[in-house]
Design a binder for this molecule. Structure first.
Ligand SMILES: [Zn+2]
Length: 345
């Protein structure tokens, strides 16, 4: 091996001509935020740390559960038994994999109050979240501060990903004007998820992040990639002219309504009830559709005004106006997590 000792572990990627010593040095001086450390987040964090990104900050609000292990590659049964927060369990493992990388674990619920601080001094944000509300928030921060981000999402055997370079490419709001109403999209907990699609989308996200951090922005994808591994289909949707065509409130008019807190769910801890009320931004839900989606998940009751699901240790009560009360916790982060899992954004 001719590489100097500290670079020896990277010798195979340095040999890739387009990468080289220069790419490796740029990477070592860079930092990434991995926002959400479930399936996509743990796989992308794994790749970024092994590749030698200088600093990797991981933020997540959840704890490791046994049903995560099928696809969330950084966790094991021991983490479940220890009830470790995902950010902490991931960081522990990643530091053992590559002690040269500074891995920071942040156990927090990402919201408009803390995301700007979490993005301080990073050059890319990688999406490992499970809901659009946080993605719209990331999109606002990205455009406001000029930090590229890589969107990724998976469900069933299908996934999609897109890279946003502020000022250069279309942003998420050019593509989707508003957050989908609650309950209209399936979630991993209602529709299931197969691990191979996560591996594929996470690999694309990681590759895009590595291109950005190593100084190869010109090689970044300019489209939306959609892949269905069950149907054996993949599509690349060219978004080249979208930014010019759309009067985007975010990247054209620079209105950061999610980051300012004007849009986004409001939450309140219901004192003395061990419950949290969440008021999602998008309003009314169809209780019929929601009831159909949640069939078989757990005991379900409903009347014309509300629907109630008992699942895990929680009682979710969803009202027709989209409001939900999550019983069984007095922590907003836990309530949001339960809401995202079963109702979705
Ligand atoms: Zn835009």
């Amino acid at each position: 091996m001719s590489a100097e000792p500290s670079l020896e572990r990277y010798v195979r990627q340095i040999r890739y001509a387009r990468w080289g010593d220069e790419g490796q040095r740029a990477l070592a001086a860079s930092a990434a935020l991995v926002c959400g450390c479930g399936a996509l987040g743990s796989m992308t964090a794994n790749t970024l740390v092994r590749a030698g990104v200088g600093r990797v900050r991981i933020v997540d609000r959840d704890f490791v559960e046994i049903s995560n292990l099928q696809r969330q590659v950084l966790f094991d049964e021991d983490d479940v038994a220890r009830q470790l927060p995902k950010a902490v369990a991931a960081a522990e493992k990643l530091r053992r994999i590559n002690s040269q990388v500074r891995v920071e674990a942040v156990v927090a619920d990402v919201d408009h109050g803390n995301l700007e601080e979490l993005c301080r001094d990073v050059q890319v944000i990688v999406d490992g979240t499970d809901n659009f509300e946080i993605r719209f928030l990331i999109n606002d921060v990205s455009i406001k501060h000029g930090i590229p981000w890589v969107y990724g999402g998976c469900l069933g055997a299908e996934g999609q990903t897109m890279t946003i370079l502020p000022g250069e490419t279309a942003c998420l709001r050019c593509l989707m004007h508003d957050c989908p109403p609650p309950g209209t999209l399936p979630t991993c907990d209602t529709a299931g998820i197969l691990a191979p699609i996560v591996g594929l989308i996470a690999s694309i996200e990681a590759m895009e992040a590595l291109k950005i951090l190593s100084g190869h922005r010109s090689s970044v994808s300019r489209g939306l990639t959609v892949i269905d591994l069950w149907q054996n289909q993949s599509r690349q949707i060219n978004l080249g002219s979208l930014r010019e065509q759309v009067d985007c409130p975010c990247c054209k008019r620079r209105e950061f309504s999610w980051l300012s807190g004007k849009q986004g769910s409001r939450s309140a801890v219901l004192c003395g009830r061990n419950a949290v009320q969440l008021s999602p931004p998008a309003g009314a839900v169809s209780l019929d559709d929601l009831a159909a989606k949640l069939q078989g998940i757990g005991p379900l009751t409903r009347n014309p005004f509300l629907l109630r699901l008992t699942v895990e240790d929680f009682e979710l009560t969803v009202f027709a106006d989209g409001r939900a009360i999550i019983g069984g916790t007095s922590e907003v982060a836990v309530a949001r997590s339960v809401y995202a899992k079963y109702i979705g954004h």
